[in-house]
Design a protein around this ligand. Structure first.
Ligand SMILES: [Zn+2]
Length: 325
């Protein structure tokens, strides 16, 4: 539970947000999108350039993902690079290929450390190392995505990292639509390695359906908790499922009324500059503001960020098993 002083602070923040809402409502075109409830979303891929998966080599995955994004008409996705994966020539070529295809490249740390497990000093040094390793790549953006979305569980540490980012003019490359696409990818990879019968069309349908539902969930949450429809930022990973189904995902989102926007456009939203006060950061920024508005697990959680729910969905569809034979 929050301490009373935290509760007071949240009230102040909410009051400020309410004032900003009134202010921006009179501020013109940007606010018109919010008020209309228009659904806009950018795609972002973490952890690349990852090594071989169960289906593709790293190079094949990159080629397929670029093709899928082009087929889906995605002009610009963001790739948050974990720079320890850059060893050797091919991983660097893959990052350059993403940039050449129009996508933007940003920092996801070097070692992918969990802020909870290392000191603020070590964490910041790791961010700096990743920035150094990313020097020279095209289409760079000064964004940092927190591994595990953990922005710090104690105020002092959280604020130390926030101050370090501000000093370096690095913006938090926050997400608003948290998904466990990594768990879906892991389940399908396990089935592949176990030589199970995989119905890839069925897998794709579940992938798209659960991720579109996640976008809807955070859209509704934003309308309920913030009273507006911010530009959403979907968390995905540079994995084999993304390479197989990114174009289907885009089609699914469009069919549900979503407009696919660039990462640049998404981060023009005022969410980018109004940092949440709460230490609840693990589900992304809309959830953080919803938490400040009193939302708790029953209204924050959703199946696409729930390992058991994902497993149940695959099991029910029987898409990862030869049992039907
Ligand atoms: Zn990551």
């Amino acid at each position: 539970m929050a301490r009373p002083d935290q509760q007071r602070r949240w009230k102040t923040v909410r009051a400020l947000i309410a004032c900003l809402g009134v202010f921006t409502a009179t501020a013109g075109a940007a606010a018109a999108d919010d008020a209309s409830g228009e659904k806009r979303i950018a795609l972002t891929f973490d952890d690349g350039p990852k090594g071989a998966g169960a289906f593709y080599s790293g190079a094949e995955r990159t080629a397929r993902l670029i093709t899928a994004l082009r087929a889906g008409g995605v002009d610009q996705a963001a790739f948050f690079i974990t720079t320890k994966n850059l060893e050797g020539e091919m991983p660097a070529r893959r990052v350059r290929a993403y940039a050449r295809a129009g996508h933007v490249i940003a920092n996801h740390s070097d070692q992918h450390s969990w802020l909870n497990r290392v000191s603020a000093g070590e964490y910041i040094a790791d961010i700096d190392l990743a920035e150094e390793k990313l020097e020279g790549f095209g289409n760079r953006r000064a964004w940092f995505r927190f591994p595990y979305l953990d922005e710090g569980r104690a105020l002092e540490k959280r604020d130390a990292v926030r101050a370090a980012l501000a000093e370096r003019e690095l913006m938090s490359g926050y997400v608003t639509v948290d998904t466990f696409d990594w768990h879906m990818d892991r389940l399908v990879a396990q089935a592949k390695r176990a030589d199970e019968c995989i119905d890839l069309d069925g897998v794709g349908e579940i992938y798209v359906d659960m991720l579109v539902a996640a976008a809807e969930h955070f859209h509704d949450m934003a309308l309920g908790a913030m009273g507006r429809a911010p530009a959403q930022v979907m968390l995905l990973h540079e994995n084999d499922l993304a390479a197989m189904f990114a174009d289907d995902l885009v089609r699914g989102l469009r069919a549900a009324g979503w407009q696919i926007i660039t990462a640049d456009e998404a981060y023009e939203d005022e969410l980018a500059t109004h940092l949440p006060e709460t230490l609840f950061s693990g589900m992304g920024r809309v959830a953080a503001f919803a938490y400040e508005a009193g939302y708790r697990a029953d209204r924050l959680d959703h199946p696409a960020a729930d390992e058991a729910a994902i497993e149940a969905r695959f099991d029910a569809a029987g898409v990862l098993t030869c049992e039907a034979l």
